[in-house]
Design a binder for this molecule. Structure first.
Ligand code: HEC
Length: 134
């Protein structure tokens, strides 16, 4: 009897822990002692290196293209974001980036940066000169 029950208990505890970790992991960046996690900094570099700012403005605050911090925190799922960045939106200025290795390799970092911008954790500025870009 115990031999059967024990694995069930362990499995339930394990799934509770997994669930907690997922809920906490919803923010794709971490802020520790006033410092943003390295993935968001990589995202900022990719945003600039990928030329996104030409249309989406400094720090994604909007220009010819929409404010991306707002987009990723209010209307786009992560999957929507990945899809649009990779495939573009046909008939608009938003071109596909699927052959841009830097952008594709840094998709998660780019997303983390823009969510932090949308949550107003980061300003639009230089994350190396100003740790929070403000
Ligand atoms: C040549 C201009 C241009 C460049 C460069 C550009 N975008 Fe866009 N982007 C746009 C426009 C315009 C739209 C709005 C398209 C539409 O009408 O729905 C858009 C839409 C988007 C959207 C969807 C936003 C929403 O609210 O639906 C995302 C996400 C996005 N761009 C990410 C990026 C990223 C990341 C980069 C850099 C790798 C980038 N874009 C580079 C012009 C650009």
């Amino acid at each position: 009897m115990f031999k059967i029950v024990k694995p069930i208990i362990f499995t339930s505890i394990a799934s509770l822990i997994t669930f907690a970790a997922y809920a906490e992991g919803e923010k794709p960046y971490q802020l520790t002692d006033g410092k943003i996690s390295a993935n968001a900094i990589e995202g900022w570099k990719t945003y600039n290196g990928g030329g996104c700012g030409a249309c989406h403005g400094k720090g994604g605050k909007g220009g010819v293209g929409p404010n991306l911090g707002q987009s990723v925190t209010t209307k786009l799922s992560k999957a929507d974001f990945v899809n649009i960045v990779a495939n573009g939106k046909s008939g608009t200025l938003m071109r596909p980036n699927k052959t841009n290795k830097r952008v594709m390799d840094n998709m998660d970092n780019l997303y983390a940066y823009l969510v932090a911008r949308g949550n107003d954790v980061l300003g639009p500025g230089n994350l190396i000169k100003m740790p929070l870009g403000k």
